[in-house]
Design a protein around this ligand. Structure first.
Ligand SMILES: Cc1cc2nc3c(=O)[nH]c(=O)nc-3n(C[C@H](O)[C@H](O)[C@H](O)COP(=O)(O)OP(=O)(O)OC[C@H]3O[C@@H](n4cnc5c(N)ncnc54)[C@H](O)[C@@H]3O)c2cc1C
Length: 338
C-alpha cells in the first residue's frame, strides 16, 4: 500500500474541483485499511473515506488522509427459484452492478441504472431514482469500525433508511467504513413504470409489456437526455434534497402558485420538487462565469471549468437564501461538503 502526498483531488470528484489532499491512499484489502488508519492515528490526521467522488464538494485543501476504497468482487451467498442473495464489495461500480445483475437475471434495481458512484456509498444516502430506493434490496452491510478496526455486520432493519438518509449519515458517520453490501434480488421481474417519463419512453418505442432490460434502457435514455454527464461538465447530480413541508405551508404556496407539484410524504406533510422551486425562482440556466445552474435541470449546479468548491458553495447558499425568502422553505444540501 502506497500513501501519496500532496495530490490533486480533481480526478477523484465529479465536480472536478482541484483541491489537494495532504495524504491519499487506495485500499483494496481490510489490512490496507487498518494500516492506513494506523498511519492517520500516528500522525493525528483527519480521515475521509472516498468512493467515486460523485456526491462530494471539496471546499478547502484537505490536510488529512483520504482513503479511497477500491475492493472488488460479487459473490452469490444463496439462491432459490425466486431470489438470490449477493454480497458485493464496496469498491464495485454501482451502474456496473445493475448491468451485471440484469445479465444474470437478478431483477429489481433496473430503475437505479446509471447512478454514478460506488456500491459502498449507495446505502449511505439510500440512493433512489424513478420510484425505487436501494433500501428495497439491501439485506445487510459489513463495515470496518474505524475506531476499533474490527469488522461489523449490520442488518438493513438497523440502518434507519429514510429519504436520502441512513444511520451512516448520523450515528455511524465518520466511523463506519462500508466494506461490502448484501442485496436480495428477484428472479421474477416486476417492472416499475409509473414514475417520471418511463411509461412515455416505452410507449414511444411501442413497448407494451416491458421487461427489466426495457426499463433499464428507458431510464438510461431519460437520464442521458436530462442530466449533464460529469465527464463533460462537472456536477454531483441533485445538489439539494426535495423538501418535505407541512401541509399548511404547502397550501400557502399553492395560493400563489396553483400549479406547484407535490407528492404525499406522510399524514400531514408533502414533498415538493426542489428543482421546481429553483426554476420558479428564476435560477435555471443562470451562469456565473465558471459555474452555474444547469440549463435543463435546475437541481444540478455545474462547474463549467475552473470553479472552486467555494464558488459552488456560495452559489448554493444564494439559492437557499432566495428559496427561503420566496417560499419560506429551507433547502437542505444532498451533496456532502468537505
Ligand atoms: C450525474 C449524477 C447523477 C446522480 N443521480 C443520482 C440519483 O439519481 N439518485 C441518487 O440517490 N444519487 C444520485 N447521484 C449522487 C451519487 O451518485 C450517489 O450519492 C452515490 O451513491 C455516490 O457514490 P460515490 O461512491 O461517488 O460516493 P462519494 O461521493 O465518494 O462519497 C459520498 C459520501 O459517502 C462517504 N463514503 C463513500 N464511500 C464510503 C464507504 N465505503 N464507507 C463509508 N463512507 C463512504 C463519503 O465520505 C461521502 O461522505 C448522482 C450524482 C451524479 C454526479
Amino acid at each position: 500500500m502506497r500513501i501519496e502526498e500532496n495530490i490533486s483531488l480533481q480526478p477523484f470528484n465529479t465536480f472536478g474541483i482541484g483541491e489537494t489532499a495532504a495524504y491519499f491512499c487506495e485500499a483494496s484489502t481490510m489490512e490496507q485499511v487498518r494500516l492506513a488508519l494506523a498511519f492517520a492515528k500516528e500522525k493525528g490526521l483527519e480521515k475521509l473515506i472516498l468512493g467515486s467522488g460523485s456526491n462530494i464538494l471539496f471546499t478547502r485543501p484537505f490536510d488529512g488522509l483520504i482513503l479511497h476504497i477500491n475492493n472488488k468482487g460479487i459473490e452469490v451467498l444463496s439462491e432459490d427459484e425466486e431470489q438470490v442473495v449477493v454480497r458485493v464489495a464496496a469498491g464495485e461500480n454501482w451502474h456496473q452492478l445493475v448491468m451485471t445483475s440484469l445479465k444474470n437475471g437478478w431483477y429489481g434495481m433496473e430503475n437505479l441504472s446509471l447512478i454514478p458512484g460506488s456500491v459502498g456509498a449507495a446505502p449511505i444516502q439510500n440512493i433512489g431514482a424513478y420510484g425505487v430506493e436501494v433500501r428495497q434490496f439491501v439485506r445487510a452491510i459489513t463495515y470496518l469500525d474505524s475506531e476499533t478496526c474490527q469488522p461489523e455486520h449490520i442488518l438493513a432493519e438497523q440502518c434507519n433508511f429514510g429519504y436520502r438518509d441512513s444511520i451512516f449519515k448520523h450515528e455511524l458517520k465518520g466511523r463506519a467504513i462500508i466494506w461490502a453490501v448484501e442485496f436480495t434480488l428477484h428472479k421474477n421481474p416486476a417492472p416499475k413504470t409509473e414514475y417520471g417519463d418511463i411509461r412515455k419512453v416505452l410507449e414511444d418505442k411501442g413497448i407494451g409489456h416491458p421487461g427489466p432490460h426495457d426499463i433499464a434502457e428507458a431510464v438510461i435514455a431519460i437520464r442521458r437526455s436530462k442530466l449533464p454527464d460529469p465527464a463533460e461538465i462537472g456536477n454531483a447530480g441533485s445538489f439539494f434534497k426535495n423538501p418535505v413541508v407541512v401541509r399548511n405551508i404547502f397550501e400557502q404556496i399553492k395560493i400563489q402558485f396553483p400549479e406547484v407539484p407535490s407528492y404525499p410524504a406522510g399524514s400531514d406533510t408533502v414533498k415538493i420538487p426542489a428543482g421546481w422551486l429553483i426554476e420558479k425562482a428564476g435560477w435555471k440556466g443562470r451562469r456565473f462565469g465558471s459555474h452555474g445552474v444547469h440549463e435543463r435541470q435546475a437541481l444540478v449546479i455545474v462547474n463549467y471549468g475552473g470553479a472552486s468548491g467555494n464558488d459552488i458553495l456560495r452559489l448554493s447558499q444564494d439559492i437557499q437564501a432566495d428559496i427561503l425568502q420566496k417560499f419560506g422553505i429551507q433547502l437542505q444540501a444532498e451533496v456532502n461538503m468537505v
